[in-house]
Design a protein around this ligand. Structure first.
Ligand code: KPL
Length: 291
């Protein structure tokens, strides 16, 4: 299979090196346009070089887009201008949710939701915490269609464990909650995920989780706040050495995804007539810290 990994952040780089490791043909499309013809990624002391590919694409290609939530609409618009050859698919991986995302998902788009932890140090990608991932069709009307067998199996070999999910939306809400329960706290305490266990945040996490459960239920998704806090705790332990993507964004003075995480929860709850004060406070605090 031909793969194009869009986005050369931690997750995109991690996927690119692992796809290459299992023998796939991989090129890269950085989201920040540059003139480079090749990109070097260092992983486990090996330096690998990836050719840079731009749109349009001539042959059937599996796109793995590990991009920021605020870049999703632009990226999908770019794809619309350069339609992909038959046999291509688009796998999207981003933290958080967009208010209008249901209307912008292309036909063959899939969501890849992960709890793996990775961060980048210059050109080097560090796989700092093992997790698992879920793959499912992005468009609700395709949710129960069969899984694309070859694509699934390649992604599973590259970065196990991958689960097929006909209810990917449920998984996306769980991941949204995990990110809301971890990422802003790593910014506020300026620490690795594991160091959060030394801070007294459990009460606040329960409030964040309860606000998320209320909103999810309002949107037809059942979640349980106790299990969300519990899951966040196990992700914290499994990715203890990781620097969250949000902390890396703040440290490198990039825009964070807070608007699409706790900010999304606060705005959507307000629109539904209920305040989500803890998510709102975390949203504002991270915005202040990243200004
Ligand atoms: O998704 C992550 C992130 O950093 O954005 C987790 C799973 C919390 C790992 O750090």
């Amino acid at each position: 299979m031909h793969w194009l990994v869009a986005g050369t952040g931690a997750v995109g780089s991690l996927m690119a090196v692992n796809l290459r490791r299992v023998g796939e043909h991989v090129s890269i499309k950085p989201r920040v346009p540059g003139k480079a013809r090749a990109i070097e990624i260092i992983h486990a002391a090996h330096s690998l070089e990836f050719g840079v590919q731009q749109f349009p694409i001539e042959q059937p290609t599996q796109i793995f887009a590990a991009i920021k939530a605020y870049d999703v609409a632009n990226f999908l618009e770019e794809l619309k201008q350069a339609p992909l050859p038959a046999g291509s698919s688009i796998v999207l991986s981003y933290n958080g949710m967009l208010e209008n995302e249901i209307n912008i998902m292309p036909e063959r788009a899939l969501h890849w939701v992960t709890t793996h932890g990775a961060y980048k140090n210059g050109n080097e990608v560090v796989h700092a915490g093992l997790g698992e991932s879920w793959l499912g069709w992005a468009r609700v009307e395709h949710a129960s269609s069969s899984r694309p067998a070859e694509l699934f199996s390649v992604l599973n070999n590259a970065l196990p464990l991958l689960n097929w999910s006909p209810a990917i939306n449920q998984r996306r809400w769980q991941k949204l909650a995990i990110n809301c329960l971890i990422n802003p706290f790593t910014v506020i305490h300026d620490c690795r995920n594991g160091e959060l266990l030394q801070h007294n945040i459990t009460e606040l996490q329960h409030q964040v989780a309860e606000e998320i459960c209320w909103l999810a239920e309002h949107q037809g998704i059942q979640l349980n706040s106790e299990s969300l806090v519990e899951s966040a705790r196990s992700v914290i332990k499994n990715t203890a050495n990781n620097y969250s993507s949000m902390l890396m964004d703040v440290r490198q003075q990039r825009r964070t995804e807070i608007d699409y995480l706790n900010g999304f929860v606060a705005r959507q709850s307000a629109a539904a007539g209920t305040a989500a004060p803890t998510n709102e406070t975390l949203w504002r605090r991270v915005l202040e810290l990243s200004a």
